[in-house]
Design a protein around this ligand. Structure first.
Ligand code: FDA
Length: 393
């Protein structure tokens, strides 16, 4: 089969790229090895797909070259995707911090992309294993040997995503293709991922599994104000996932469990107003009871507020406002939302997404070394990079 363009990977970026190229009149085939297309779209946002964010700019992304993403993000903005969603009559709402979720289900977004591909005349094949890619001599282009037969194309788009959730079809195929053509890949690791804790805090944390509270979490200069969730194995919740993008093994996290308050000042106030209760009772009005109990047990214990010394107030202050923990690691690709690192963006044009060394070969989406924050930023990158490449493939 001969087409103008083949897209490997029927995920967010691949489907967007295919539809855009199809609308330009290009003949496009999308090949995916999985049994179903768009699996990560379906499982995203707890089944409601956090498909974009009202406010997106380059500061929401990590990449060795922080400028690379700017061009595509400015050429395809959240508003462009929202207009598409509106045209398809999909209802959505803002949950928090500009994050837009479907009212109904993630499948609305996948169905929208498939409808767009259909209108644009794109052919999509699942259960397709790409066995070999060869560059054609003469006119250029590529020849693909696949489990569904041979394909030839002028433009080849690699949209195979990252390594997270292998059970959903994630593979390192995109990095292998880059390697085959001498294109550099940067080291990769799981990100937007929960932390594991194995030190003395493990039993305390495990006993709190299921407790969630608003915190300010920091690593180095980076801070996020979001909920934290204790788990049987460590720390999760949006605050931890966000911080994981900036964490390096061995680095300590600092957590403020009472943001917007000053515990020492509160205790002083309670004392001077003659409050008689135990500290755990007073604190349980502003923090989850189980957490208060455990945190006091690990520091100075709970007594009448009047009975704490100044030295103990200092201990409480650091225990609740500047708790430091060094994770033993992360839960890895099994549960990570994204892969940090990937195809070095220096190897790719930020305008066309074509590999500088290999005319006709394009990389879009998560396979590139561009990783967004939690909150719809990774899909916006998939849409933007897919759309921009779709103008040229
Ligand atoms: P994507 O992973 O979507 O697609 C890659 C495609 O390539 C897949 O269809 C795969 O089967 C196929 N493929 C892989 N190897 C292949 C091979 N060898 N041959 C053929 N095909 C192959 N982001 C966000 O912005 N908001 C959110 O709500 C969420 N939620 C979320 C939840 C969970 C659980 C996860 C794991 C991830 C998220 N994300 C997210 C991240 C988001 O899903 C991710 O960044 C995008 O899907 C990346 O889009 P891509 O198209 O690059 O890859």
């Amino acid at each position: 089969m001969k087409v103008d363009c083949i897209v490997i990977g029927a995920g967010a970026a691949g489907l967007m790229c295919a539809a855009t190229a199809g609308y330009r009149g290009r003949s496009v085939a999308v090949l995916d090895h999985a049994n179903k297309v768009g699996k990560k779209i379906l499982m995203s946002g707890g089944g409601r797909c956090n498909f974009t964010n009202f406010s997106v700019d380059a500061t929401n992304y990590l990449s060795r070259n922080p400028h690379f993403c700017k061009s595509a993000l400015s050429r395809y903005r959240p508003q462009d995707f929202i207009e598409l969603v509106d045209r398809h009559g999909i209802n959505y709402h803002e949950k928090t911090k500009g994050q837009l979720f479907c009212d109904h289900k993630s499948s609305d977004i996948l169905q929208m992309l498939l409808t767009e591909c259909d209108y644009a005349g794109v052919e999509i094949s699942t259960h397709c294993t790409v066995v070999k890619i060869e560059q054609e001599q003469g006119d250029g282009g590529f020849r693909l040997r696949t489990s569904l037969g041979d394909y030839r194309c002028q433009s080849l788009v690699v949209a195979t995503g990252g390594l997270s959730i292998p059970t959903m079809g994630a593979t390192g195929f995109g990095y292998e293709v880059a390697g085959q053509f001498g294109i550099q890949c940067l080291p990769r690791w799981a990100s937007l991922v929960p932390f594991t804790i194995t030190d003395k805090w493990q039993p305390v944390i495990s006993a709190l599994a299921g407790v969630s509270l608003d915190v300010v979490a920091g690593v180095g200069d980076q801070q996020f104000s979001d909920p934290l969730l204790f788990t049987h194995r460590g720390l999760s919740g949006p605050a931890m996932l966000q911080i994981s993008n900036y964490w390096q093994p061995g680095a300590p996290l600092t957590i403020d469990f009472l943001p917007g308050h000053n515990l020492a000042a509160l205790i002083t106030e309670w004392r001077s107003s003659g409050q008689k209760g135990e500290l755990k009772t007073l604190l349980s009005a502003i923090l989850p009871k189980r957490f208060v109990q455990a945190w006091l047990e690990q520091s100075v214990g709970s007594r009448q507020v009047q009975q704490y010394s100044d030295a103990e107030l200092d201990i409480l202050q650091s225990q609740f406002h500047r708790w430091t923990i060094t994770p033993s690691g992360t839960e890895g690709y099994r549960t990570a939302e994204v892969t940090m690192g990937g195809v070095n963006t220096d190897e790719v044009s930020s305008k066309t997404f074509e590999a500088k060394k290999v005319p006709g070969l394009y990389f879009v989406g998560e396979v590139l070394d561009v990783t967004g924050w939690l909150g719809g930023y990774n899909f916006q990158w998939a849409w933007a990079s897919g759309f921009c490449a779709g103008q040229y493939v």
